[in-house]
Every structure is written in structure tokens, then in C-alpha cells.
Design a protein around this ligand. Structure first.
Ligand SMILES: CC(C)(COP(=O)(O)OP(=O)(O)OC[C@H]1O[C@@H](n2cnc3c(N)ncnc32)[C@H](O)[C@@H]1OP(=O)(O)O)[C@@H](O)C(=O)NCCC(=O)NCCSC(=O)/C=C/c1ccc(O)cc1
Length: 540
């Protein structure tokens, strides 16, 4: 086999392998993510804060995290939660969020999340899909979950649960249940490459390997144990969850948690806690550049690295950022909900790599596949990125068809992203093939909005596509064919989908392939020019 040391490309298989030497993954079949993380705890870390609440300064040490995780497991058990039951958490970030994740997993139950910004209908869809036995939510969000539930799961307020846990501490023996690495640890929602959002089955094995990889890569840099991370990313999505439950706990560093992102709160927290690493999504980078004058009053000198992911970051923003903040390294990483966290990272690569999303993380293999021929391509040639490795999901929950379309028999996951890999093994994203819109780095599935819009009596055909926007990255735009003599207007359409469409263009027809599939690329180009023309004429 001819494997290039520089690129990791094997000319006989057409596969790229990670350039990292691979950390040993635990082989014992009986292992959960929490027991793995706590088995690695060093005595030095026991009194060290694992998480700090940015606003109040309250913290939870590694020792407390371990004992409280055990308490949560006992409490959930006493509520009738058993191995394999789904526990849904609908909440924004808070100090004890990671504790709940670990507690649910420790009882052998399946942790699931929902975006607290979801509408009542979206929450209902998720509840019907995963059938949780217990929902944990906040007082403010309760009313969204209360009404219209069919067979009602048990609902507990997080404020009450946390209050009783923290104010009546009890000493429990170590909770004992056999959990296998191949048991399901979490169900997380993703749009995949096509269609409506689906529930991704993440095994303990997936998260354990993610923890091992992140630790291996992050520890390669000096001082990882003393790093202070700021968590401004939502923990109910995989980017945040993987970094702050699998990653930072594995290297036993400290994470400062912000309940809700605002630029000002982020800057105050960076200064107050001397944050060293700042994982962000592109809209935050854009804001840091745009509002740089307001940033000048803050001491940000502690920040070594800003790690950006979740959506593409335009070259122009990277350049502006590097000019404004020359002391901070801006790096990108890349992952999908389906890969249970990052599978490329820039750590370990020096020089001008900031346009790349980094090199493959340990144990991850990749293929760049020619979209027309299906053949693997060598370095510098562009095709769809396929990945394989121990953190790749088991599949989509109760959806073997979607699973087989996403993962082939050899275990390759189709990412839906058009990429190339250079001679140094660095990966670059060129375009997106999948039908997905990234609004503020949140995934928006066109099929979901199209289904709602088609139910409108004055709409005969619709296609939802991404439209570029500097602040949000992309906004969902609906291309609408009106029914008959309808005079329906943009505002009416936007409010019909609870404001989830931000622009509308009216078209005569939706271009489709011979098999009836919407030709989105064609439409994107056409809608873009039509919209620009409309904008120009409205300014005249
Ligand atoms: C800080 C942001 C960028 C801006 O904050 P904001 O302006 O205060 O906005 P909000 O978060 O309060 O509100 C979001 C907006 O998005 C809308 N929204 C809210 N969820 C939705 C929705 N699912 N549909 C469609 N509209 C919505 C919501 O209605 C609202 O609309 P609007 O007020 O009109 O702007 C914030 O949006 C934010 O935290 N975004 C991050 C999203 C995020 O974590 N994305 C990652 C998803 S997981 C993934 O795809 C990748 C995994 C991954 C794994 C490993 C890696 O290394 C890399 C990646």
C-alpha cells in the first residue's frame, strides 16, 4: 500500500487516513461515557472547577460533578427511569446542564435534547418521534410543552429538580447498571443531507472515542489542563455538547458557561475569567469584526485561540478578523451531528491553515468521491467528502432507509459537503451538496418548511433555498408559485411559517429534474439574480 506521509492519501485504496497517531480506545465492552470520563480523573482535578456559571461565578468541581452525576442517576431511577428510556431536556445552557447529560447516561437512559426556540409543533414532532419517558424543562418553557401532548410523559421543572439535588445532598452508593459501549447514549436532531430533520443515534462508543480524540489532539499543545474555555454555544446541539461534555472534561480543563450569547456577555466573561479558548460559530466572528470599536474596552489578551465551526466562515471575514485580532489564532474545525463532534481540527498544523477546516482527527478516515463516477479522488481534486471512524453514528433512529442512504455497507458516511484535501492532508470545504440551510449556524431543513407552505391554499408549488446574508450566513428564502389568481404577499407567507422564512420570491415554475426532484442549484442562481434585480429596481 502506498500511503503518502504528507497527505495521508493511499493510492491503492483511494482513502485518506488521519496523520495523528491514534490513541488506544478502551476495549472493555461494559463502559459508559460518564464512567469512562470519571475513570480518567486525576487527583489534581478533583477540587478544580469543571464548570463555572459566567454570571454568578458559582462553580461545580470535578469531584462534585462525579458525585452529583451519581445522585442524578439515583434520583432518575427513583422516578422510574430505566435503561433504554428516553429523557428529553428542553432548556438553554445552564451550569448544571452537563451534569444532567452525564446523570441521564449513568442510569443507562438515553439523553435527548430540543432547541428551546422550537415551536410547539416542532417540539411535538420530536416527542412523538422519540417517545420520552421524562421531560426536563424550565418554568418559562413549560407552557410550550404542556398543551397538546397525546400520551403525556412525566414533566419535571429543572429549577425544582436542581434545587432538591443541591440543597438536600444525600450520599448514595455508586449507581450500578450494566451499560455497554454499544448502548445508545443520546438522540440528537439533524437534517442529514436531505429531507426532514431526523434523530441521530449516538452510542456510548461514539462519545468515548470522541473524548479520546479530543484529549489526544488538545493535549498535544502545552498547558491544555490549564485552559479556560468559554461555552457560548448551545449545549443542545452537537457542536457544543461534544466539546463541553466529551472534550473539555476529558482534558480536565475548566469551562465557563454562558446561559445565552450576547457579544457583551461574551467579552465580559473572557476578561473576567481569562478565557484562553473560545469556540464560536461564524455569526460571532462577524460580530467581533463589525463591532470591533466596542470590543476595545475589554482585555482579551488571554485568548489564544478562537475555534470556529457549525457553518462556513467566508474568507473575507477571516482576513478581517486576523487584522483586528492579530494575537488570536482563528482556526476552523468541522463535524456533523452524525459524527458526534469534530472530525477535523486545525491543532497540530502550523502556518496559514485558517482557510482549511484542519486535518482528520485520530481514527478518522476520509474519501473524496467524484460526484459523477463515484470513484475516489487524489489530493487537490474536488468531490464529496465521505468519512468513516469510531465516532460515526449508528444511524438514524427507527429509520433504516435514511440510515442506508447516509452510511454505506463499508461504514462510509456521506457528508453532503464538496471538499478537497491538499498535499498536507488539510481539508477544505468548497460547497454544499446537501439540501440544508445554515441560519446563524442552526440547521434549517428546506423540506420541513416546504411541507408547511404547501398546505397553504394559495400556494401551488414551493422550493426553499439558502440566500446569502452577512450577519446570519444564510437565510431561508421561499420560491413560490402562486395558485391561480392569488395575490398573496410576502408578509403573509412569512407569518404562515412562524417567521422561519426570511425572504420570498414569486416565480412562474419550480425547475425539476426528469424524476421530479427540485433543481436547487439552478433555482438558487436564478432566485439570486431575480432578487438582486428586484432590489435594484426598488431602489431606483
Ligand atoms: C449566537 C447565535 C449565532 C446568534 O444569537 P442570537 O442572534 O441571539 O440568536 P438566537 O440564538 O437567540 O436566535 C436564533 C434565531 O434562529 C432562529 N432559529 C433557532 N433555531 C432554529 C431552527 N432550528 N430553525 C430555524 N430557525 C431557528 C430563531 O428563530 C432566531 O431567529 P431570529 O430572532 O429571527 O434571528 C446563535 O444563533 C447560536 O448560538 N447559534 C449556534 C447554533 C449551533 O450551535 N449550531 C451547531 C448545530 S450542530 C451542527 O450542525 C454541527 C455540529 C458540529 C459538530 C462538531 C463540530 O466540530 C462542528 C459542528
Amino acid at each position: 500500500m502506498e500511503v503518502s506521509v504528507e497527505s495521508g492519501f493511499c493510492s491503492s485504496t483511494g482513502n485518506y487516513s488521519s496523520k495523528w497517531n491514534s490513541p488506544v480506545l478502551p476495549q472493555t465492552p461494559h463502559l459508559s461515557l460518564p464512567s469512562f470520563l470519571f475513570s480518567q480523573l486525576s487527583p489534581d482535578a478533583l477540587l478544580k472547577p469543571a464548570f463555572i456559571d459566567a454570571k454568578s461565578g458559582k462553580s461545580i468541581s470535578y469531584g462534585e460533578l462525579r458525585s452529583l452525576t451519581n445522585t442524578v442517576a439515583h434520583v432518575l431511577h427513583s422516578l422510574g427511569i430505566k435503561k433504554g428510556d428516553v429523557v428529553l431536556v428542553v432548556a438553554p445552557n445552564f451550569l448544571h446542564y452537563p451534569l444532567l447529560v452525564l446523570g441521564v447516561m449513568s442510569v443507562g437512559a438515553i439523553f435527548s435534547t430540543a432547541n428551546p426556540l422550537h415551536t410547539r409543533l416542532e417540539l411535538q414532532y420530536q416527542i412523538q418521534d422519540t417517545n420520552p419517558k421524562l421531560i426536563l424543562t424550565t418554568q418559562t418553557l413549560k407552557s410550550k410543552l404542556d398543551e397538546g401532548m397525546g400520551s403525556r410523559p412525566l414533566l419535571i421543572l429543572l429549577e425544582e429538580l436542581m434545587d432538591s439535588l443541591l440543597h438536600n445532598p444525600q450520599h448514595y452508593p455508586t449507581f450500578n447498571v450494566i451499560i455497554n459501549q454499544d448502548d445508545i447514549a443520546a438522540l440528537m436532531y439533524s437534517s442529514g443531507t436531505t429531507g426532514k430533520s431526523k434523530s441521530v443515534v449516538c452510542l456510548h462508543r461514539n462519545f468515548i472515542s470522541m473524548s479520546c480524540s479530543l484529549r489526544h489532539v488538545w493535549e498535544a499543545e502545552d498547558g491544555a489542563f490549564n485552559d479556560i474555555y468559554l461555552c457560548v454555544l448551545p449545549l443542545f446541539h452537537m457542536f457544543g455538547l461534544s466539546l463541553f461534555v466529551c472534550g473539555t472534561l476529558a482534558i480536565q480543563s475548566t469551562t465557563v458557561v454562558l446561559n445565552k450569547y450576547s457579544l457583551e456577555d461574551m467579552l465580559v466573561s473572557v476578561e473576567k475569567y481569562k478565557v484562553t479558548r473560545l469556540p464560536v460559530v461564524p455569526p460571532m466572528v462577524v460580530q467581533l469584526v463589525r463591532l470591533q470599536d466596542g470590543v476595545k474596552g475589554y482585555d482579551l489578551s488571554s485568548v489564544k485561540e478562537v475555534m470556529c465551526s457549525g457553518a462556513p466562515l467566508g474568507r473575507v471575514h477571516m482576513e478581517r478578523f486576523s487584522k483586528c485580532y492579530p494575537q488570536m489564532r482563528l482556526s476552523q474545525c468541522y463535524g456533523l451531528t452524525e459524527t458526534c463532534g469534530p472530525i477535523t481540527l486545525c491543532n497540530g498544523f502550523s502556518g496559514m491553515v485558517h482557510e482549511s477546516i484542519g486535518g482528520l482527527t485520530p481514527h478518522i478516515e476520509a474519501k473524496i468521491v467524484d460526484v459523477r463516477t463515484g470513484k475516489p479522488l487524489p489530493p487537490l481534486e474536488c468531490g464529496e467528502l465521505y468519512v468513516r471512524g469510531p465516532s460515526v453514528m449508528k444511524g438514524y433512529f427507527k429509520d433504516p432507509i435514511a440510515t442506508s442512504l447516509a452510511i454505506d455497507k463499508e461504514g462510509w458516511l456521506q457528508t453532503g459537503d464538496l471538499c478537497f484535501i491538499d498535499m498536507l492532508g488539510l481539508v477544505y470545504i468548497v460547497d454544499r451538496i446537501k439540501e440544508l440551510i445554515k441560519y446563524k449556524a442552526y440547521q434549517v431543513a428546506p423540506a420541513e418548511l416546504e411541507e408547511i407552505l404547501l398546505a397553504h391554499p394559495e400556494i401551488s408549488e414551493v422550493a426553499v433555498i439558502p440566500y446569502p446574508d452577512e450577519g446570519a450566513g444564510e437565510i431561508p428564502m421561499a420560491c413560490i408559485v402562486k395558485k391561480g389568481i392569488s395575490e398573496i404577499e410576502e408578509e403573509c407567507i412569512i407569518s404562515f411559517v412562524a417567521n422561519k422564512i426570511r425572504k420570498v420570491v414569486f416565480v412562474d415554475s419550480i425547475p425539476r429534474s426528469a424524476s421530479g426532484k427540485i433543481l436547487r442549484r439552478h433555482l438558487k442562481a436564478k432566485a439570486l439574480t431575480t432578487h438582486q434585480q428586484l432590489q435594484i429596481s426598488s431602489k431606483l
